[in-house]
Design a protein around this ligand. Structure first.
Ligand code: ATP
Length: 325
């Protein structure tokens, strides 16, 4: 079945990419678009000419080590701070009161009244957001806190406090949920709960943006990722694409010079590095070792060694950071 995407088509609204296939027509709506955002604190360039697109339904990870500009980026798009330059749009429009109502966020440690129950704490949040109380049961159920709805907040574990913060962000049924380091400080069980919750929320069609320095977290819950280092975007794409790039093979042959030359013509060849007697070859897509061997044999190259070396996203991430250090 063939399908194709039309982008930048003059007859279609700029904020939407339409995907056509013989059986379905659906639109991928741009939820957030960040254009050339920079933010500097004195001598520190916290965000450096950042461009990003987040589409409806994505679980989008902002991945980077401490100090790479994740929180600053989230603070800009939540209008908590102003960028030095650049701009951003929510739902194809400049940010407005209407767009703010469609966004829920958790960017600080959970902070509620310790002697009040989750229900009473959420009533206060609902009052601030100018909402009724009828959504409180739903968000407590979704976050697994309904059974504890009448306990005092101060009796909650840190994981439960974090889930209450997510419940509070979900009040009013936002289209977007923004989470900054949602599993920081949690024990393994708390981490598992939050990850399950993120997947559950994503299943409901809510677009999620998560900042994290944990690769594992991004791999487990995100569909898309942008890697940041020193405020700059190094890479972005589908998490599965990043994993697909990761194929490499270690090869050696009776005639190394012929091997180095012939391998360049193999479909998907990206680059090669010499490692002693062997060469390490990187491919842009998945490679079948049998096909690789047959191809080289047909070129007159007899392999004496062939070993697959899958690179994890982690290695890819570390290499990206090292190359940009
Ligand atoms: P972390 O996970 O540690 O919070 P991060 O990726 O979220 O890191 P930011 O908090 O955005 O990164 O910080 C980016 C850079 O900007 C860092 O060097 C940080 O020290 C600096 N920075 C952030 N906020 C301020 C501020 N209010 N004043 C001065 N420098 C700041």
């Amino acid at each position: 079945m063939h399908s194709f995407c039309i982008c930048n088509n003059p007859v279609l609204p700029a904020s939407k990419i339409y995907c056509f296939s013989p059986f379905i027509l659906h639109k991928l709506e741009t939820v957030l678009s960040i254009r050339n955002i920079s933010k500097r604190y004195g001598k520190i360039q916290a965000v450096d000419d950042l461009n990003l697109e987040v589409m409806k339904g994505q679980v989008f990870g902002l991945l980077g080590p401490n100090g790479s500009g994740k929180t600053t980026t989230l603070s800009v798009i939540l209008e908590l701070i102003r960028p030095g330059s650049g701009d951003f749009q929510w739902f194809g429009q400049p940010p407005s009161k209407a767009s703010r109502k469609r966004i829920g966020s958790v960017i600080e440690s959970p902070n509620f009244f310790p002697y009040l129950s989750p229900v009473n704490n959420l009533k206060i949040v609902a009052d601030i957001k100018d909402l009724g109380y009828d959504d409180i049961g739903r968000v407590l159920n979704l976050t697994g806190l309904y059974e504890r709805r009448n306990s005092r907040f101060r009796t909650f574990s840190f994981g439960m406090k974090q889930r209450l913060a997510v419940a509070s962000a979900l009040l009013g049924n936002p289209d977007i949920l923004i989470l900054d380091e949602p599993t920081n400080g949690l024990d393994p069980q708390g981490i598992a709960h939050i990850r399950e919750l993120i997947l559950l929320i994503a299943q409901q069609g809510i677009t999620i943006i998560i900042a994290s320095h944990l690769l594992d977290e991004i791999q487990k819950v995100c569909t898309h990722v942008a890697v940041l280092s020193k405020g700059k975007k190094l890479f972005d794409g589908e998490v599965s694409e990043v994993l697909a790039i990761s194929d490499s093979y270690e090869l050696s042959a009776e005639n190394p010079a012929a091997l180095s030359e012939s391998i360049k013509a193999f479909p998907g060849y990206r680059s090669a590095t010499v490692a002693g007697e062997k060469i390490l070859v990187y491919f842009n897509s998945e490679v079948n070792p049998g096909e690789l061997n047959r191809f080289l044999f047909a070129q007159g190259v007899i392999l004496t060694h062939l070993a697959e070396r899958k690179r994890s996203l982690e290695q890819h991430f570390l290499e990206l950071l090292r190359d940009n250090a």
